[in-house]
Each structure stands twice: as structure tokens, then as C-alpha cells.
Design a protein around this ligand. Structure first.
Ligand code: ZN
Length: 573
């Protein structure tokens, strides 16, 4: 039986780890506020609904990070409502942020400036400007915060819903020449959650107060059109979910209807849930009947849109390589990984040999699920090698690509990870030559001689030797690979190694007359290693066979499984 002290301790730990709260506040414009005013901010407390903020002078973002163990990498900027006069800060802001945090979404409550209090010259501009800047800030900090720059959403309530739909229809890709770095990032939200939103400025359905506060009593037709967001929807408007109640007497559900229609017309993925009752400004709608379901509905919508998938964190290391195209191949691999939607990729680049600072290269391997190496150069420092060994031994994934198996001939643990290597002084002291003979038997040949060689570049056939491994399951038995170097005479300890595929090394192209290992899966401690010898040229890496096995290998090394379908264009011969 467990002792009670332990249970209490466990309970305390669990409850504390559940607590998410505001971490800190970031000013939107550290360089100086455009359209600055001399307003003095006021905060009032209204019963159960909490703080209300008026006369915002310094717009800012309240940062709510989700617990790291459940973080999905997705995030959302929240715009509380209040008719463009006040901000329902807790009711439609901080409480939503805490809810998002509970399922791994980082949240940012936007304290935007309120048109009602602003000067004639600025009243229609400030709120949109603030929302756009908020998205840019989150995107600019994505890599620092471990967020996915392609899963940044916006949520808005009532007039805040007008702001969120305005930001969803008025955005840019950033200005690469902007003096403030944040402005170089795009401000398009990747998804929108619109809660009983004001959408239109058309007087037949507009919310009078929000309209007056934003564009005045007698706006020009141009301004009315500009802020009637249903008229600004394009195919680039982000996927959206709208929540409203039929008996909303303050902001007519027609606002959601017209926006939904425009989204559908433009082929933008859209969902709309209109509940029979709930009125306006219902926040979580506790005890209000079926409308109370909206939060679960939004969560399921986010899940179905892939917004809650925890991506695999990849670190790609490079910086030295005897292949002149190494920066290009790094980009090719990074782009393949990012495009698959499964991975978030960071690159750590070492100093060059000439700079002589290799001892300063010390990536935080433990922040990642898998390390991909496009590195073939100087030995890393003792410390970095120790970190890397501990990372893989402890269950981290590793993927060695092409010339990465030339690196580190003098590092025994590395040779154990990759199983076989070439060049860099490798000989019989490092292990046998390993290959398949013509009868299909594995040969381990300990005769003396150097490790690593290749004939002239040519296109060759890859043949699977193991079709049951997660990486190769469902792949063609044989396929034509692009022009590449066919590595032969690799040697190494080759233990805990499973040869997944070989290629025939033809003497006619300078080869060995053996079936040489091309793809290998290995174990090192608790870690999984995928080793591909392929990928000398850009075109070698762009080939469907390289790409498919590489992406599957990275996923397997990181997680032990492969969820990717075999692409239909990947056919055998
Ligand atoms: Zn090469």
C-alpha cells in the first residue's frame, strides 16, 4: 500500500503542474507606439466576470505558456470583446488563455487600444495595427519559444471578433526591409475562432456601438467596405470556426452567417455552430444549456484541423562538409521535413574549419526528439560528444545522411551508432566489411584494408532486404534511384544493425561486384538510428526514393513508428 504522505505529495505535484498562469507581459511596440495617446488606463472589477480595462494607452500581450510536457507548438492570440470601448479582460481573455493552456496551446491575451477613446486620426487604425503586431511578435519568437510559426491562430469575442476577423482578412507577409525586425514577419493568422463576432459594418446588421466607435457616425463608403470583413474574404483567409446564438440581440447572428457564406464561396475551410439560446457575451456559457458545448466543439475542430498534433522536434546539424552543396542539401532536407507537416526543424551550424571554433559547437540535443546529421568535419569537443552519446543512449533518435558516415572515424561510440562508416582512417581495426553476396547472404569480412569507396556517379537500383521494418513496410521491393554515389567497402562494428536495403555495386562503374548496404536501422542504448548512405547530389536527395525513406527514417528514429503513407508516385520496377 502506498503511504499517505506520498499520495499527498503526488497530489500536490499534480495540482501544481496543472496550474497555468500568466508568465509575463510583452509591450507591442518597444521602439515607440505609433498613434500614441496620453490616455490613462483604467481597470474596473465587475462581479464574476472579472477585470474590465478601459482607455488602453500601452498595448501589450499577456503571455500564457502551456506546460512543456503537453505543448503542441500551436498558439493563439486572444482579443477580448467590449464594443471597442472596454476589454472584458478575464471573461473573454485570461480564462480562455488558461483553458487553451490546459490542452497544450500557448495563448496570448491582447490588450489592444480601444477605438472609442482614440483621436479622430487614429480611431479606426489602432486596434488592427495592434492585432497585426501581436501576430508578428508571436511568429518572430516562434523558434525561441518552440512554437510552430505555421500554427498561430487568432480568437476574438464580439467587437474582439470584429478585430480577429479584420486581422484574418487584412494581412501581409511582412516587410523584409523593415527597420524593426518584428515587422519583417507576416501577420496572417493560420486559423480563426470567432465568438459571437461583429463582422459587418453594413447598417442593416452591424452592431451600432462597435461601428460608431470604429468608423464614426458617417463613414465614407470606402471605410465601411474596408471594415465589412465579409466583403474582404479571399481564398487566403484562414480556416475559421464561428460560434453564435440565435437569440443574440446585441450582435445579430447574421454577422456570422455572412462571413461563413463568404468563406464557403472562397473555398476556405469553415465551420459554424449557432445555438438556439445563449444570448450575447456568454464566455464559457456555464449552465446555459447546449451552448455550453461550444468549447469542446472548438477543441475538436482544432484537433481535426491538425492544430493539436505534437510535432516531432528535429535538430539538423551541419557547418562542415567536404560536399560543396551541403547548404543546399540541408535546405532540401529541411523543406522535405517541414512540408510533411510532421516535424519542426531547427538547424545548428558549426563554425568552419578556418574559424577554428569547433569547441564552441554545443547544441542542446536534449531539447529534440531526433538529430539529423549533414556534418562531415572536425571532431566535436569532449563535452559535445559526451552530450550526444548520452542523448542517443537515453532514447534520442539519430539520422546519418550520406557523408555524415565519413565523419568521426576516431570516435568509437559514433561508429557504433552508424554501424558502418568510410574514410577518415577507417580500416580493419574498426570492424569488418559488411555486404550481401550473390546468394543473398550477409557477409562480414574482416580482411585488412581501408573503409569507404565509391565508383563513378550513376543511377542505380535499390533493393529491399527487409520489407517488414516500419521504415520499409509497404515500399516497392526494388526501385530506380537517381544519379548518386554508391558507397562501397564501408566498415565498422555493425552490431545492433538491420540492413533494410542494398544496391548492386557494379564493377562496370568502378564498384565491388557486391550488394552494398544503402539503408540501415540500428539501436544504440535506448536510441534508434537510421543510416542512409544516399544523397550526394541535390537531385539524389530530391528523388522520391530518398525523400520517402528519409522522412520515414526520421520519424522512426524519433518515435519508433511510421505514420506516413507511401506516396502514390513512389513506384517500383
Ligand atoms: Zn558524396
Amino acid at each position: 500500500m502506498m503511504n499517505r504522505g506520498f499520495l499527498v505529495l503526488l497530489w500536490l505535484l499534480l495540482s501544481f503542474s496543472d496550474i497555468s498562469a500568466q508568465d509575463y507581459t510583452l509591450p507591442l511596440y518597444p521602439e515607440g507606439i505609433p498613434c500614441a495617446s496620453d490616455l490613462v488606463e483604467e481597470i474596473t472589477e465587475v462581479g464574476l466576470s472579472g477585470r474590465r480595462i478601459l482607455k488602453v494607452q500601452e498595448p501589450s500581450l499577456a503571455v500564457y505558456r502551456s506546460p512543456r510536457q503537453i505543448a503542441t507548438g500551436a498558439s493563439v492570440v486572444i482579443c477580448p470583446g467590449g464594443g471597442y470601448t472596454v476589454l472584458a479582460w478575464d471573461w473573454e481573455g485570461s480564462r480562455m488563455a488558461e483553458w487553451f493552456n490546459s490542452f497544450g496551446i500557448d495563448a496570448f491575451v491582447l490588450k489592444y487600444r480601444l477605438p472609442h477613446w482614440e483621436s479622430e486620426a487614429c480611431h479606426d487604425k489602432v486596434a488592427l495595427m495592434d492585432a497585426q503586431r501581436a501576430i508578428r511578435i508571436v511568429r518572430s519568437k516562434a523558434s525561441e519559444w518552440g512554437l510552430d510559426p505555421h500554427r498561430i491562430g487568432i480568437m476574438g469575442f464580439s467587437a474582439g471578433g470584429h478585430l480577429a476577423s479584420t486581422a484574418s482578412t487584412h494581412f501581409d507577409a511582412g516587410n523584409p526591409k523593415a527597420p524593426v525586425e518584428t515587422d519583417r514577419f507576416g501577420c496572417r493568422p493560420d486559423f480563426s475562432i470567432l465568438m459571437y463576432p461583429v463582422v459587418s459594418m453594413d447598417t442593416t446588421i452591424a452592431h451600432g456601438g462597435s461601428r460608431r466607435n470604429l468608423i464614426g457616425e458617417n463613414p465614407s463608403p470606402e471605410m465601411q467596405l474596408y471594415y465589412s470583413n465579409e466583403k474582404q474574404v479571399t481564398p487566403e483567409t484562414p480556416p475559421t470556426i464561428l460560434i453564435h446564438a440565435s437569440d443574440d440581440r446585441s450582435v445579430k447572428p447574421d454577422n456570422s452567417l455572412v462571413y461563413y457564406e463568404a468563406l464557403i464561396k472562397n473555398n476556405v475551410p469553415a465551420a459554424m455552430h449557432i445555438y438556439e439560446s445563449g444570448g450575447h457575451g456568454f464566455s464559457f456559457a456555464e449552465n446555459k444549456g447546449s451552448v455550453e458545448q461550444w468549447a469542446e466543439t472548438v477543441k475538436i475542430w482544432m484537433s481535426n484541423r491538425g492544430l493539436l498534433v505534437k510535432k516531432i522536434k528535429v535538430l539538423l546539424v551541419d557547418g562542415q562538409n567536404n560536399h560543396k552543396n551541403w547548404m543546399e542539401t540541408t535546405d532540401i532536407m529541411k523543406n522535405q521535413m517541414v512540408a510533411s507537416g510532421l516535424f519542426d526543424v531547427d538547424i545548428e551550424r558549426s563554425s568552419t574549419k578556418e574559424e577554428g571554433k569547433i569547441n564552441e559547437f554545443s547544441p542542446k540535443f536534449s531539447n529534440y526528439d531526433v538529430v539529423v546529421s549533414n556534418y562531415n568535419g572536425e571532431l566535436w569537443s569532449d563535452e559535445t560528444r559526451k552530450d550526444f552519446e548520452a542523448f542517443v543512449k537515453g532514447g534520442g533518435g539519430f539520422v546519418s545522411v550520406h557523408a555524415a558516415n565519413n565523419a568521426f572515424g576516431q570516435w568509437p561510440a559514433y561508429n557504433a551508432m552508424i554501424g558502418l562508416g568510410g574514410w577518415e582512417g577507417r580500416t580493419e581495426k574498426d570492424g569488418p566489411y559488411v555486404y550481401y553476396d550473390k546468394k543473398g547472404l550477409i557477409v562480414r569480412d574482416g580482411q585488412p584494408g581501408p573503409g569507404g569507396h565509391h565508383g563513378k556517379q550513376h543511377a542505380f537500383v535499390i533493393e529491399l532486404r527487409d520489407s517488414t521494418h516500419p521504415i520499409t513496410l509497404g515500399l516497392p521491393k526494388k526501385w530506380n534511384h537517381a544519379t548518386d554515389e554508391l558507397y562501397d567497402q564501408l566498415r565498422g562494428p555493425a552490431v545492433n544493425m538491420n540492413i533494410l536495403a542494398t544496391a548492386y555495386s557494379d564493377p562496370a562503374t568502378g564498384g565491388t561486384d557486391r550488394n552494398e548496404p544503402m539503408l540501415m536501422a540500428l539501436h544504440f542504448g535506448l536510441g534508434r538510428v537510421f543510416h542512409t548512405t544516399l544523397g550526394h547530389l541535390n537531385e539524389s536527395q530530391e528523388h522520391i526514393g530518398f525523400k520517402t525513406t528519409f522522412l520515414r527514417g526520421v520519424e522512426w528514429a524519433a518515435s519508433g513508428k511510421v505514420t506516413q503513407e507511401v506516396p502514390s508516385e513512389f513506384v517500383g520496377n
